[in-house]
Write a protein that binds this ligand. Structure first.
Ligand code: PBG
Ligand code: ZN
Length: 333
């Protein structure tokens, strides 16, 4: 016997030589359908369907095309979607009037989705940027800076409208201080606090990885950027304070966005608030990168490794454009 073996506690490989043992070494990292939320882009034209050039296999759907597409996925186990409305003929104005107009595609689609899929969890992104003429996520002053109070008021109105139309979850993505409280107050005043929850985009960074999404949504700011409300990519401190702010305001669920380059923030947020389910948004730029990472087999392997690592870092649910592919992979396993 060589003295190589004198330190038995450093012999690790006996603990993971077998697939079942390996599973035991990866607690809380399994990927089940309830760990996945699927973002969908909803068009005004109910019969339209458009491919998104910057995102392979991603489409924008009118509701008459979305329902059949979802039927297939719900059969495969899909549990939740995150809805983004896109307007093409409705007007864009300084306060985002079309966000909660009766003709808004999300407002119109929610009752139909509730009816078609009674078990499907319906989350709605709440933001003004797809509906404002200036493309910012709030209302602006004459000087062109965010006007805080009217912004929060508008965002709460829009969230309430989606809640009344049938959303189970409203998800404000603007990052304004106080909007979670504004939304919660509106839900309470309308007796909806026990039927609608708030998923806060709490730790949302001013990332360069939203490019394909902004093309898809036609929601880039006309002037300036979003650095005054989204977080600087290097700041873990502001991320912790933003999560604390949103928990204090009543957020039900927290989010880190983007995902992969920010897994330290995911772990930090989970440790900070272990009792709040934590979401990751695997954003459009991450989707584009992984989609181009190799042949279809390599993409699947890289994707599943990425999701496992997100779960390990503390994510409970991952919002991902890969949801259809993931469901098919889960089915194969
Ligand atoms: C807008 C919003 C964005 C995303 C979700 N909601 C873009 C942004 O903040 O600029 C990004 C999603 C993605 O890139 O996949 N409030
Ligand atoms: Zn926005």
């Amino acid at each position: 016997m060589s003295n190589l073996f004198l330190c038995p506690e450093h012999i690790l490989q006996g603990g993971y030589f077998n697939a079942t043992l390996r599973k035991l070494q990866e607690p809380n990292t399994s990927i089940q359908p309830h760990n996945i939320m699927y973002p969908v882009f909803l068009l005004e034209n109910e019969d339209a369907m458009q491919a998104v050039s910057s995102m392979p296999n991603v489409f924008r759907y009118g509701i008459n095309k979305l329902i059949p597409a979802l039927e297939e996925l719900v059969k495969q186990g899909l549990k939740s979607i995150l809805i983004f409305g896109i307007v093409e003929t409705l007007p864009k104005d300084p306060t985002g009037t079309s966000a909660d107009a009766s003709e808004n595609p999300v407002i119109k689609a929610l009752p139909r989705l509730r009816e078609a899929f009674p078990e499907l969890l319906l989350a709605c992104d709440v933001c003004l940027c797809p509906y404002t003429s200036h493309g910012h996520c709030g209302v602006l002053t004459d000087k062109g800076v965010i006007d805080h109070e009217p912004s929060v008021k508008r965002i709460a109105e829009v969230a309430l409208a989606y809640a009344k139309a049938g959303a189970h979850i409203v998800a404000p993505s603007d990052m304004m201080d106080n909007r979670i409280k504004g939304i919660k107050d509106a839900l309470i005043l309308n007796g909806l606090q026990n039927q609608v929850s708030v998923l806060s985009y709490s730790c949302k960074f001013a990332s360069s990885m939203y490019g394909p999404f902004r093309d898809t949504m036609k929601s880039s700011p006309m002037a300036g950027d979003r650095k005054c409300y989204q977080l600087p990519p290097g700041s873990a401190g502001l991320a912790a304070r933003a999560a604390a702010r949103d928990v204090a305001e009543g957020a039900d669920f927290l989010m880190v966005k983007p995902g992969l380059p920010y897994l330290d923030i995911v772990r930090q947020t989970k440790d900070q608030f272990p009792n709040h389910p934590l979401f990751i948004y695997q954003v459009s730029g991450e989707y584009a990168m992984i989609s181009k990472s190799g042949d279809s087999k390599e993409v699947e392997t890289i994707l599943m490794e990425t999701l496992t690592c997100m779960r390990r870092a503390g994510a409970d649910c991952i919002i991902t454009y890969f949801a259809p592919l993931i469901l098919s992979i889960i089915k194969k396993q």
